[in-house]
Design a protein. Sequence first.
Length: 277
Amino acid sequence: MGIKIIGLDLDGTTLGTNGCLPDLNKVAIERAIACGVNVVIATGRVISAVPDDIMNIRGLRYIISSNGAHVRDLQLDNDVYTSYIDPKVIGRVVDLARERDLRLEAFHGGRAYIDATLYHDIDVRGSVHRRREYVLKTRNPLDDIFEFMLANSEEIENINIFFENKDKLEATRMIVNEYDDANITSSVPNNIEIGGVGSGKSKAISELLRILSIDRSDLLCCGDAANDIPMIELAGVGVAMENAWDIVKAHADYVTDTNVNGGVGKAILKFCFGEDV
């Protein structure tokens, strides 16, 4: 087996806690690309929120964004795969959010829109699992996000619902887990993410494997959260970060160092070049 393609989550994986790309990761990624390995970013972020550190990686061609709703070919400057949420799901989520007073974000057109009240709360109080500066820079507040979602229901990429109360989160999860026409996952402990039935990082990577005629046994994937588990299971070599959720580690073939200590770079050097750092 030789690694021909690598799928990399961003937050908690390829990026450090400050949202920057550790030097070891950059060096290893660019070395792999120079040797003909396809390196694919697979993130829950909208593409407009992917940092310059990533966009400036030499030779990077593919970015999977919005939890697999889009696969962008940077060289051709177009999407080679898209999967939107069914408008019927949008209607159900809006009804549920209004009924239960849920605060959420919606991704559309490569941009992230957020309930204005949630945006204000994060501005004033910060956020437990996300950097305040990141949210304020990448989110566009709307006074009526529900009407926005309904007006654009044909092309909503992803929905993030955030909770301060664990019981409310679990009660909501029980409801949305019954949606058989949507993809339900999480990237941080206090959120629920809803995507199209054809979305998900593993489905997007599977489409790239088909396009590039690469077998999944030649795939290396690295991640840290629940939304990374399917692609870690798909890969010939599934790698969890040392800082990953325990359930992610349970599905991985190997546990590398933390995101802060260049765990992605160390995994690439180990499995692509046989080098232990």
